[in-house]
Design a protein around this ligand. Structure first.
Ligand code: CP
Length: 302
């Protein structure tokens, strides 16, 4: 049974396979004749807010001919009556052929996989990981920089909430498969990348310098995860530390790209959306073909 729990589980060969499958899915995205999973049901258990991940998984499943059942608010789940997650998963895996789960606790997707009779996909576990976002991020990068797979040098810079940002954790893990990619991390000290995601080759700074901006191929901006801060004061102290406006983007290389997993709050000014470097809306759209590929990857041997 293939679960998707962490970006760590993917080898370079897996990534090449999944990118190629996503490219194929991109070509059949709007062809509703493709019904390869018309006898399958996906359960989406989302115990934290989501727009992109849940809806793109549901769209992906439906575009493959499948059906979706959903729990989107823990207050309407029997967990609010005291049911443990393991029991919920035992039950839901009798109702569905694949489960996607988002929760506020790091490790919940792994726990769910231990109780499930069907594949479990981690759709974000607290401040842990978000591996399917990382895969669609890599797919987005590979569209602009296909040379990433053939050894071309690439510089990726992550900016801002690298401590709680689970998409940063997963994407940095995925990019460890590419020795040609160098990683820089820009954050205030108290929001920097946790030790377990670091290597000795990484570059760290608390300032996004003009030199770094103008030498980077991919800037990966993040939101400050307000909901994970212990109190409002510590959030207020950093909430406006990094803001991308048109002047900042003009310092980037003309062929560089600006990514963001979204949602944004105020860290990218709306005027930036029209600049050629802005890639975040296309990035979100890439979630559908990538998640179609992942559903196939998990279900095809079922
Ligand atoms: N990128 C992302 O995980 O977005 P949602 O929280 O809207 O799913």
């Amino acid at each position: 049974m293939k679960h998707i729990l962490s970006a760590k589980q993917f080898s370079r060969i897996d990534l090449e396979y999944l990118m190629s499958e996503a490219r194929k899915m991109d070509t059949i995205l709007d062809k509703w004749g493709n019904r390869m999973f018309d006898e399958k049901i996906m359960a989406t258990l989302f115990y934290e807010p989501s727009t992109r991940t849940r809806l793109s998984f549901e769209s992906a499943m439906m575009r493959l001919g499948g059906k979706v059942i959903s729990e989107t608010d823990i207050t309407f789940s029997s967990q609010s009556k005291g049911e443990i997650l393991g029991d919920t998963i035992r039950i839901v895996s009798g109702y569905a052929d694949i489960i996607t789960i988002r929760s506020k606790n790091t490790g919940d997707a792994l726990l769910a996989s231990q109780y499930s009779r069907v594949p479990v996909i981690n759709a974000g576990d607290g401040s842990g990981e978000h591996p399917t976002q990382a895969l669609l991020d890599l797919y987005t990068i590979s569209k602009d920089f296909p040379g990433i797979f053939t050894g071309e040098k690439l510089k990726v810079t992550f900016v801002w909430d690298l401590r709680y940002g689970r998409t940063v954790h997963s994407l940095s893990l995925l990019l460890r498969n590419f020795p040609n990619v160098s990683l820089s991390f820009v954050a205030p000290e108290n929001l920097n990348l946790p030790e377990q995601y670091r290597t000795e080759k990484d570059i760290f700074s608390d300032v996004l310098s003009d030199e770094l901006l103008s030498s980077t191929d991919v800037i990966y901006m993040t939101r400050v995860q307000k909901e994970r801060f212990p109190d409002t004061e510590s959030y207020d102290a950093v909430k406006d530390a990094f803001i991308f406006d048109t002047t900042t983007v003009e310092k980037m290389k003309s062929n560089a790209i600006l990514m963001h997993p979204l949602p944004r709050v105020n860290e990218i000014i709306l005027d930036v959306d029209n600049l050629p470097q802005a890639r975040y809306f296309e990035q979100a759209r890439n979630g559908v073909p990538m998640r179609m590929a992942l559903i196939k990857y998990c279900l095809e041997q079922q």
